[in-house]
Design a protein around this ligand. Structure first.
Ligand SMILES: [Fe+2]
Ligand SMILES: [Fe+2]
Length: 323
């Protein structure tokens, strides 16, 4: 299976490999089906722009690195309820939030890598929550790489799941970090460090961020972890940047906006070419990423023309780019 843009869908050659849900989490289309061209329009109307399909090109690619959809949607639901609670002046369901945070930490500890489900696969009304969940998943992987213990990971993931919660109360971009900080800080059971993630996630090392123009060591490392994952997700989900290009943007800010230790942990945790990505060798030969063995940025690829599989770690001179 592989991830495609909805425009690439071809009824003749592709079947849906993962179900498509609407904003209420009802299954619109089950896996195994083909999609009628008329129906594609409807999906685009509600904001679904990517699909995971099975076709000849991607045969045998399992994408098992992807977080499973039910878990992903459960955490999205939980973040959505937290936003709704804040909007209506009710308390956040903390038990649920901590339980979902624990579930993500378990997944991250158990598996060598988790690739977040692209938020382009859900309807528009869920995108903000999917963003929070995906940033949390990437932050967790980075935190794991930085050697955080369970307690640190928990404070990190809770803070990141709620990093934009200020937007539930106040839509303005400038105000949401502080509004979020005030909301989280009022919850006694949540660490103040988690609240600071919301407060500081738009601050940058060079002191040009907001809201307080903090610089260098004034910014907590958790907030930097969140900031890097936040930018990466923003580039992919909102700007349509390809993952490997988003990775280059992040690397370009190494030591400028983001600390070197955080950027290097991020690069070691997030695959720029997830399995199921179509790529191209510099000589033009098309291939598909089949799996990741050890080196995240040097995956295993299969040439489309010959079916030959190449472990890029064994072929340091073979360079790839997005297909
Ligand atoms: Fe934000
Ligand atoms: Fe964000």
């Amino acid at each position: 299976m592989r991830l495609i843009r909805i425009q690439e869908y071809n009824e003749q050659t592709m079947q849906l490999a993962k179900p498509v849900y609407d904003g209420k989490r009802r299954i619109l289309l089950a896996a195994g089906n083909t999609i009628h061209p008329k129906y594609l329009e409807r999906l685009i109307d509600i904001g679904i722009t990517n699909l995971i399909v099975e076709d000849a090109v991607s045969k045998g690619v399992t994408m098992e690195e992807l977080l499973d959809m039910p878990t992903w949607l459960d955490v999205i639901d939980c973040v959505k309820s937290a936003y709704e609670a804040v909007r209506t002046g009710k308390p956040i369901n903390l038990r649920d939030l901590l339980q979902k945070a624990g579930k993500l930490i378990d997944e991250a500890s158990r598996r060598p890598i988790i690739v977040p489900v692209p938020s382009a696969m859900v309807a528009d009304e869920l995108k903000d929550y999917a963003h929070a969940v995906n940033v949390a998943i990437m932050s967790l992987q980075t935190g794991k790489q930085l050697g955080y213990n369970q307690l640190q990971l928990r404070d990190l993931v809770v803070g990141v799941l709620l990093h934009d919660i200020g937007k539930a109360k106040d839509k303005s971009k400038e105000a949401h970090p502080e509004t979020g900080f005030q909301i989280i800080r009022a919850i006694r059971e949540i660490s103040l460090l988690s609240a600071h993630i919301a407060y500081q996630h738009h601050e940058t090392l060079d002191g040009k961020g907001f809201p307080r123009q903090l610089a260098g060591k004034e910014i907590h490392e958790y907030a930097q972890v969140c900031a890097v994952a936040d930018l990466y997700d923003h580039l992919i989900a909102d700007e349509g940047t390809a993952p490997h290009e988003a990775m280059e943007v992040i690397m370009g800010q190494n030591g400028i906006k983001y600390s070197e230790s955080v950027v290097s942990a991020f690069v070691k945790s997030i695959p720029a070419y997830p399995p199921g990505t179509k790529v191209r060798q510099l000589d033009g030969k098309e291939a598909i990423v089949t799996r990741i063995i050890d080196h995240l940025q040097r995956p295993c690829i299969r040439l489309l023309a010959t079916g030959e599989e190449l472990f890029l770690t064994d072929h340091p001179s073979v360079l790839i780019t997005a297909g």
